[in-house]
Design a binder for this molecule. Sequence first.
Ligand code: ADP
Ligand code: MG
Length: 217
Amino acid sequence: MTHFYLQKKLRSASRTFELEVEFALRNGIFLGISGPSGAGKSTLLRLLAGLVIPDSGFIRQGDHFWYNSSKKLHLPPQKRPLGFVFQDHALFPHWTARENLLYALPDPQRADELLALTRMEAQAAQYPHELSGGQKQRIALARALMRKPELILLDEPFSALDEDLRVNLGTELARILKETGVTAVLVTHSRAEIESYCDETLNLASGRLVETETFLD
Ligand code: ADP
Ligand code: MG
């Protein structure tokens, strides 16, 4: 279980508002986060990752605190067992797909396992510019899984792809995540994506949780 309560004052050119979210994420769950642009979805992922420091709150994963404002505890991002996938894959352009995985962890056997899991064995020696958008995102996902994270954060990973590809990749993603058993949080604009493969959803508006829904029994 990852239980968090996070508070952070957010500022844009036109307004200031408070992000304040409490949620208990059960292990192995695939959580979808939806909400309008500017609601604070990306910031919430960045707070969980430790890339943005909250004003107050806590993040507790099992018995471990990643962040606890009352104890002035803040684990830096590299010490948190999590993986992050962004909209723009952020692969290293001068390294092959396989080398990009080995950068995360120099474990050739793990890299080969993940190339197989993401069905990218045939592209292992290709460079990012030789891959399609969907293939790049598969490699970004495989890279994020190299260190066997307990939590994986996906910030609109398919939004740069066209509709057909998005649906296929979403189904693939759900399969891969289920096979690895990792807990995942996906930010998406697409209601269809959430309904077709998330276990639970959280809807954010102006930094607040306005609705949660579960698709599990
Ligand atoms: P979304 O991903 O839902 O579109 P974001 O989380 O990117 O929304 O942004 C929400 C708001 O938070 C924006 O107005 C942005 O300017 C502001 N913001 C983002 N990061 C920070 C930060 N580190 N400190 C203060 N405000 C921030
Ligand atoms: Mg965003």
